[in-house]
Design a protein around this ligand. Sequence first.
Ligand SMILES: C[S@@+](CC[C@H](N)C(=O)[O-])C[C@H]1O[C@@H](n2cnc3c(N)ncnc32)[C@H](O)[C@@H]1O
Length: 306
Amino acid sequence: MDTAGPAGGSSMTTNRRDYLKVNQETWDAWTRYHLGSRFYDLEGFKSGQRSGRAGLDALEAALLGDVAGKSLLHLQCHFGLDTLAWARRGARVTGVDFSEEAIRAARALAGEMGIPAAFVHSNLYDLPTRLGGEFDIVFTSHGVLGWLPDLAGWARMIARFLAPGGAFCIIETHPFAMIFDDEVEAPALRPRYPYFHAPEPQRVERRGSYAAPDAPIRSITYQWSHSMSEIIGSLLRAGLRIVSFDEYPFGGWAMFPWMAQRSDGTWELPPGMGSVPLMFSLLASKDESHGRGLGAAEAPDPRRGS
Ligand SMILES: C[S@@+](CC[C@H](N)C(=O)[O-])C[C@H]1O[C@@H](n2cnc3c(N)ncnc32)[C@H](O)[C@@H]1O
């Protein structure tokens, strides 16, 4: 993030939909640059060798096991690379994203590569008005939660689209790693951003994007923090059962400019900096008993007072 701070002043009257609209426009603009970026390595993906992805690909495949023949819903799929990667492993895939540019590119890519895939243009929170049915797997990964103002609604969406007995899988940047200043040039972990959620987002203004830092655009985004307990709690309250949870001392991208790349393409802190969790994965299931006595009401949050 280049600059960040709570969205204040006039933002108090800003509707959540307005924040999401700004984000959507930014994602549309970013997508045009991401398609040709080294970060996404589209040509490498087409040839089956996307650079820097060996570690993440192996982890994702190990988490979900054999997906052949299973229906998979990919939330916040961007322009569909990971969606199509699941299709290549045999899943019957549907990707969802609120960026029209991204969905257009995903459909074109699937057509060009001859990979069967459905892509739905929708805000995550509106998905039931655009898509029906239930899926064996709901998947989401790498840079998704910070765009969402409401994890309770997110988790309800996952529960809504998971078939009984189905599995939810998320691999995401660890929220603890997100508190540190990402503009410090020399290796240092300096707390800067909030760990706990607040209804008002952080306003972030930057040049380029995480994947195309030299893109000649300045963009504004609104982002929300979500603690680990909020992530896990929202899934539990939606009636899901946590099957596995892991934290990793490496991540999928260089969230700090001074990180070191490992041989499998993932990124870690340089030697001598100790270890902090940089990424997590979580698997949850929707039991056949879903909806019968599960999904307790949200407990009061002592941090918010009475
Ligand atoms: C970092 S990308 C997704 C990660 C993906 N694994 C990747 O790296 O290509 C985040 C995506 O979330 C989408 N997004 C953000 N807010 C959304 C919302 N409210 N509803 C649907 N999609 C959203 C953006 O358009 C973007 O494509």
